[in-house]
Write a protein of this length. Structure first.
Length: 504
C-alpha cells in the first residue's frame, strides 16, 4: 500500500509516527470541551466585553499557517466559519523545553489537522479579531492533503470547481468550499419550513416501506432486489403514494412523508436515481384546494429559506408569491405548437409528433405521446410557477375523472423554471374504476412500456373498504431545493450523488 501513496501522504504518516514517539496520541479518546465557536466570538466580542472572552476553548481545522519565527498566525475553521489564531512559542512552552512549539507545532502539524485551542480573544495591531493561544491539543491528524483554496479579504477566489472531486469527495468539498455548506444549510431550512407548515395545519408525518412487493404509485422503471428469508423479489420504491392512501383508508385525514425514492432511469442535471419526494394526502379535499395550499406552502417556504419570495437561478428571477398562473395542458400545447389535440386519437397524435419532430416508438400509448409533446415543446416556456391542469385520463391512472370535462382527469403539475416540481390529483377512490385503469397499464406493459404501472391487488382491496374523497400531491424536493438555492444541477443539492465506480 505504501508504494501507492503520494509523497505528501508518506510524509504525513511519518509525522504521525513521530508524534507517537513523543508520547502524543494523534487521535485522543477524551471529549474536548468547547465553550465558543468562531462565529459566536466574531459576533459578540468587543473591547467592552473582552473580560467575557478571557478564557475560551474552541476546536476546528488548521486551514493556513504564517510562520513568524517565535510566533505564528494560523486560520482555524470550525462548523461556523474561520478565525485567526496567534501562537507564541513562550506561551505554548513557558519552560525550557520548547518541543511542543519548535517540533510539534512547526514541524509535525499540517493544514487539515484538527486541533483544540484554549486562550483569550483580542484585537491585533492590524485590527483583526484573533485568539491568543495558551494551550493547544491535537485532536485528529489529517493524512490526506486537501486542495488549497486561496482567499483575499475573506472572499474565496479560486474555489475548487472540479466536479469529479466535488461530488465524489463531498466531505473535502465541504471543507474547502464554504458556500457548499451554506447551500445544504438552506436545504435543511427549507425542509423544516415545509414540516412546520404541514404540522401547524394538523398533518401527521409517517413512514412507509422502502422495500415493496409491487412498485406502485408512479410511472417509472424500478430497481429490483431479492429478499433471501422470504425468497421473493422486492422493489425499491418508486413512490409512496399507494401506502399513504392506505393510511387515508385507515382513518387518518392528513398524512405526509419525505420519501426516499429510487428509479432505474437516466441521469442528468435534474435526475438522480435516488431522490426525495414529499407526498401528502388530505381527506375530503380536491385538486383545486390543493392548488391553493401548494401556493401558500411554497410562498411560506421561500420566505423561511431566503427571507424573500424571489429566488434567482442563472440570472432569472423566479417569484414564489401566490397566486400562480393556471392553464390546461391542452391549451398549453395549442399555445406553443399551434396543434389542438383535444379530439385527436393515438394515430393522430403520432402524426402530430412526427410533424413536430418528436421521437416516438410503438410502446407509447396516447398518454405518453401527449406527455412527449408537452415535455418537448411546452414545458420550457413556464419559468414562473404555473399550474398545468386537466390532463387526459390516459396519462393519469390514479386520478379521478374530471367533474365536467369528458376524457380528462382532475390533475395538475406545477412547472417552475421549465421543470415539473409537483404533481397532484383529486385521487381516484372508485375501486372498480381503479382496477380498470390498472388493467390498461398492463396492456401498455405488454406493448413494451417498461414504466407502466403494475396491478396492486392489496391497494385495490384497501380501496374496497372505502377511501374518502382525497387530494394528494408529490413534490420533487431536490428540484425545489435547486430553485431556492440557485443551483442548476441536482448533484449540487445532494450530498452524495450517484457516480460511476471510481478508477483505482
Amino acid at each position: 500500500m505504501q508504494a501507492t501513496l503520494s509523497e505528501q501522504e508518506v510524509l504525513r504518516r511519518d509525522k504521525l509516527n513521530e508524534l507517537r514517539v513523543l508520547g502524543i496520541e494523534p487521535y485522543p479518546a477524551p471529549l474536548y470541551e468547547i465553550t465558543h465557536t468562531a462565529k459566536q466570538i466574531k459576533e459578540e466580542y468587543s473591547e467592552e466585553k473582552k473580560e467575557q472572552f478571557k478564557s475560551i476553548s474552541l476546536a476546528g481545522r488548521i486551514m493556513s499557517v504564517r510562520d513568524m519565527g517565535k510566533a505564528n498566525f494560523a486560520a482555524l475553521q470550525d462548523s461556523t466559519g474561520r478565525i485567526q489564531l496567534y501562537i507564541r512559542r513562550d506561551d505554548i512552552c513557558p519552560g525550557e523545553d520548547k518541543t511542543l512549539y519548535n517540533t510539534v507545532w512547526k514541524k509535525l502539524l499540517d493544514i487539515g489537522d484538527i486541533i483544540g485551542v484554549k486562550g483569550f480573544a483580542f484585537i491585533t495591531k492590524t485590527g483583526e479579531l484573533s485568539i491568543h493561544v495558551e494551550q493547544f491539543t491535537l485532536l485528529a491528524k489529517s493524512l490526506h492533503p486537501m486542495p488549497i483554496v486561496k482567499e483575499k479579504d475573506g472572499e474565496v477566489y479560486d474555489a475548487v470547481t472540479d466536479l469529479e472531486f466535488k461530488y465524489r469527495q463531498r466531505y473535502a468539498d465541504l471543507i474547502v468550499n464554504p458556500a457548499i455548506k451554506d447551500t445544504f444549510i438552506k436545504i435543511t431550512k427549507m425542509k423544516n419550513a415545509i414540516r412546520t407548515f404541514l404540522n401547524e395545519r394538523g398533518a401527521l408525518e409517517v413512514d412507509t416501506p422502502v422495500l415493496q412487493s409491487i412498485p406502485g404509485g408512479a410511472i417509472a422503471k424500478p430497481f429490483i432486489t431479492h429478499h433471501n428469508a422470504l425468497d421473493m423479489p422486492l422493489y425499491l420504491r418508486i413512490a409512496n403514494e399507494l401506502y399513504l392512501k392506505r393510511l387515508i383508508v385507515g382513518g387518518f385525514e392528513w398524512v405526509y412523508e419525505f420519501s426516499r425514492n429510487f428509479r432505474n432511469e437516466g441521469m442528468d442535471r435534474t435526475h438522480n436515481p435516488e431522490f426525495t419526494i414529499l407526498e401528502f394526502y388530505v381527506a375530503y379535499k380536491d385538486y383545486l384546494w390543493m392548488m391553493e395550499t401548494t401556493e401558500q406552502m411554497l410562498e411560506y417556504t421561500a420566505l423561511a429559506t431566503n427571507a424573500n419570495t424571489i429566488t434567482t437561478v442563472e440570472g432569472v428571477e423566479i417569484d414564489f408569491k401566490a397566486p400562480y398562473k393556471r392553464i390546461s395542458i391542452y391549451d398549453a400545447i395549442k399555445e406553443h405548437t399551434g396543434v389542438d389535440i383535444s379530439d385527436i386519437d393515438e394515430d393522430g397524435l403520432r402524426d402530430a409528433c412526427f410533424k413536430l419532430g418528436i421521437h416516438t416508438d410503438k410502446s407509447m400509448g396516447k398518454g405518453k405521446l401527449i406527455d412527449e409533446i408537452f415535455g418537448g415543446k411546452c414545458e420550457k416556456h413556464y419559468i414562473q410557477p404555473t399550474f398545468i391542469t386537466d390532463y387526459p385520463v390516459e396519462m393519469s391512472p390514479l386520478t379521478k375523472k374530471h367533474r365536467s370535462r369528458q376524457g380528462l382527469v382532475e390533475r395538475f403539475e406545477l412547472i417552475v423554471n421549465g421543470k415539473e416540481i409537483a404533481n397532484a390529483y383529486s385521487e381516484l377512490n372508485d375501486p372498480i374504476e381503479q382496477r380498470e385503469r390498472f388493467e390498461e397499464q398492463v396492456k401498455l406493459m405488454e406493448r413494451g412500456d417498461e414504466e407502466a404501472m403494475y396491478i396492486d391487488n392489496d391497494f385495490l382491496r384497501a380501496l374496497e373498504y372505502g377511501m374518502p374523497p382525497t387530494a394528494g400531491i408529490g413534490f420533487g424536493i431536490e428540484r425545489l431545493a435547486m430553485l431556492l438555492t440557485g443551483q442548476v444541477s441536482i448533484q449540487d443539492v445532494i450530498f452524495f450523488p450517484q457516480m460511476r465506480a471510481e478508477n483505482k
